[in-house]
Ligand binder design. Structure first.
Ligand code: PMP
Length: 295
């Protein structure tokens, strides 16, 4: 079955889907994006993703290409046309097509692209094991809270991680504190059993999965603190993990080739991965109930 992409109001075969060479996303990375997971047909945490998309657009003063309800309908239609029930939908909005000039064009219609692709569902920690991370200086800008498509430092960091045989690279700021991963948020569990992740500010993307995990941890009365932690603290931690829409909760077993804790998946990481797994399964059930309700 051929893939279908949504491009500015049209559903096109993936191979023919294209944007203009003077799209400002292509010229200047002048745009933003979102990735939403699909689990058994349900869009996980759809609302916070769409709220963050609107916030990113607002920070860049790009008009939303359409209202939230219309966009939600497009996401479902792209998933449906591609027959994706387990995977992701990708949304990208740029400032649109205009003659190349750094300042905003007087008139440009924001460009919207939506694609969907299949990706396996998340598995329990016992099945996934864990991953390694390397640390790198954070060379990014000071507005990492915006989900910008300008991802060159992230691309270079992820490539360096891959070449080192690692899953992720953790960025470390000038104060020696971990900000986040190249495409994930970073967490540790201290030897006192406290769950730590950096506070949301301009230095990190406030992950939707991050916020869901904070809620799930709070519900389970896990002691948590939102603060920065140093790389040394992370290396001495009992457990570490990363979170994102696609990685869910992924245990980190090695940092810069040093084992974290006893080098095995920690109990809190495994419990939170399971909690997230159950949370997404609940979202699936809600969709089924809604569908049944309509029949
Ligand atoms: N930080 C960065 C830099 C990211 O790119 C991502 C994933 N887009 C995340 C954190 C995790 O965010 P989310 O949980 O919303 O996927």
């Amino acid at each position: 079955m051929s893939r279908i992409a949504y491009v500015n109001g049209r559903y096109l075969p993936h191979g023919e889907a294209a944007v203009h060479i003077e799209d400002r996303g292509y010229q200047f990375s002048d745009g933003i994006y979102e990735v939403i997971a699909l689990r058994d047909g349900a869009l996980i945490d759809e609302e916070p993703h769409l709220v963050r998309l609107e916030r990113s657009l607002g920070e860049l003063r790009i008009d939303p290409p359409m209202g939230r309800r219309a966009l939600a309908a497009v996401l479902r239609e792209v998933a449906r046309r591609n027959r994706v029930r387990e995977g992701i939908v990708y949304i990208q909005v740029t400032r649109g097509v205009a003659r190349r000039d750094h300042a905003f064009p007087a008139k440009a219609r924001p460009a919207l692209v939506v694609t969907a692709r299949r990706q396996g569902p998340s598995k329990p920690a016992a099945a996934t094991g864990g991953v390694s991370v390397i640390s790198l200086p954070d060379i990014r800008w000071t507005r990492c809270d915006i989900k910008s498509i300008a991802l060159l430092p992230n691309v270079l960091a992820k490539q360096q991680a891959r070449e080192a045989g690692a899953f992720e690279a953790w960025f470390v700021d000038e104060a020696g504190q971990v900000t986040e991963g190249s495409s994930t948020n970073a967490w540790i569990v201290t030897d006192k059993g406290e769950l730590i992740t950096r506070d949301p500010g301009n230095a990190i993307l406030n992950g939707v999965t991050r916020r869901t995990i904070l809620n799930l941890a709070a519900e389970r009365q896990i002691r948590l603190v939102e603060r920065g932690f140093t790389l040394e603290e992370a290396k001495a931690a009992r457990e570490a993990f990363v979170t994102s829409t696609t990685a869910c909760v992924m245990p980190v077993l090695r940092i810069d080739d040093m084992p974290v804790g006893d080098g095995r998946v920690g109990s809190l990481s495994a419990a939170l991965r399971q909690a997230y797994f159950d949370y997404t399964a609940d979202a699936e059930e809600e969709v089924e109930e809604t569908v049944e309700g309509r029949v």
